[in-house]
Design a protein. Structure first.
Ligand SMILES: [Zn+2]
Length: 363
């Protein structure tokens, strides 16, 4: 695969460091690939064991210098027929490392010297860490309200931090303006299709850990849909490659206080009044890939589910009581699964994603 495809007009664009959206303004994507037979490189104990399935990889061995050993996270049984995918056991303690590792490795291969990102949290930290590893200068735009601890973490990895007044969206707008003016690489976990090439390894790992089969149901938190879209793509590719029978039902969970995708899925009129949530990592009022998120859930026969903040914090307490310390954003999938009326009818086995470590937040 050597070209992006525009999701709006269908035009193709060569995979190039400066391209992050179509000339028509549309979002870019990479086509699904389905290698037959599906090849796992058992000599690699990281997500790079699946690199034969990464679009545009491998064209060199540069990933070996960029990798921090990400992937191969535990799948912990939660009897009778449930599993917790402990995807926060990653170099920067969030699943975002899947996307960052692949995105930054490709950027390094393309000879990128400077990258720009925007994030208020785990994605920015992850991109900054991998950029440091790859010797790429990183400039990260964050909302001014971002916690001092997170800003310190970004700076520790050598990133230049730009604090922007206003909302999360204002920080993204500033980053895009910077990219347009400078020609720097836009390491966006929303726009850049290479990021989803990394998050799709979430699906491959679960498939391999279950003995070469897809689970019946997968429950993930959803804000910008980074994990949802990666999982949907990964399972679809496994089915297309003949390695799995069907795509699991994808249950995408949003915080009730900020649930634009769940509202759109129900057919509710768009609202401008979304608020904040203890699940700060998924409190995204304007997800850039909303249409794709809806299509992924719909196509799997799944559902969008919402949970309120009290349920999220309760779910977090229950998980901690089972030995698993997660941040509130990472507790939403388990919280929803515990209380969702449709859970009893959902196909087994069920895999619930735990995406960010408890140390990411205080309190
Ligand atoms: Zn286009």
């Amino acid at each position: 695969v050597t070209a992006y495809v525009c999701t709006a007009c269908g035009a193709t664009q060569p995979i190039d460091g400066r391209v992050w959206r179509c000339g028509c303004g549309g979002l870019l994507d990479l086509p699904d690939i389905a290698p037959r037979p599906f090849v796992v490189d058992g000599s690699q104990w990281s997500l790079w064991r699946y690199r034969a399935a990464l679009a545009s990889f491998p064209t060199s061995d540069i990933w070996k210098a960029v990798s921090l050993g990400e992937g191969m996270t535990p799948l912990v049984p939660e009897p009778p027929d449930q599993y917790l995918k402990v995807d926060f056991l990653m170099p920067t303690l969030s699943f975002k490392d899947r996307g960052s590792a692949v995105l930054v490795a490709k950027a390094a291969e393309m000879g990128v010297a400077r990258l720009v990102a925007d994030s208020s949290g785990n994605a920015g930290t992850s991109i900054a860490a991998y950029a440091a590893r790859a010797g790429i200068a990183a400039e990260v735009f964050v909302p001014a309200a971002t916690s001092p601890a997170k800003v310190a973490q970004l700076r520790a990895h050598g990133a230049t931090v730009r604090q922007v007044g206003g909302s999360r969206r204002d920080a993204a707008d500033e980053a895009m303006a910077r990219v347009e003016a400078s020609g720097d690489f836009y390491a966006s976990h929303v726009y850049n299709p290479l990021f989803h090439q990394g998050t799709k390894t979430f699906a491959y790992e679960i498939w391999e850990q279950l003995g070469g089969q897809a689970p019946g149901t997968v429950v993930v938190p959803a804000g910008n849909g980074t994990l949802l879209l990666g999982a949907a793509r990964g399972f679809a590719e496994l089915v297309a490659a003949g390695a799995a029978v069907r795509v699991p039902r994808l249950i995408a969970v949003q915080a009730a206080r900020c649930a634009p995708a769940a509202a759109a899925w129900r057919g509710a009129a768009p609202t401008a009044s979304w608020g904040s949530s203890v699940a700060e990592g998924i409190a995204i009022a304007h997800p850039g890939r909303l249409a794709q998120m809806l299509a992924a859930v719909e196509g799997s026969g799944g559902a969008f589910v919402t949970v309120d903040d009290a349920e999220i914090l309760d779910g977090r307490r229950v998980l901690a009581g089972r030995g698993l310390g997660v941040e509130p954003t990472a507790a939403v999938a388990w919280a929803a699964w515990r209380s969702w009326p449709g859970a009893a009818q959902a196909p087994r086995p069920v895999v619930v994603a735990l995406t960010g470590a408890g140390l990411k937040t205080t309190g």
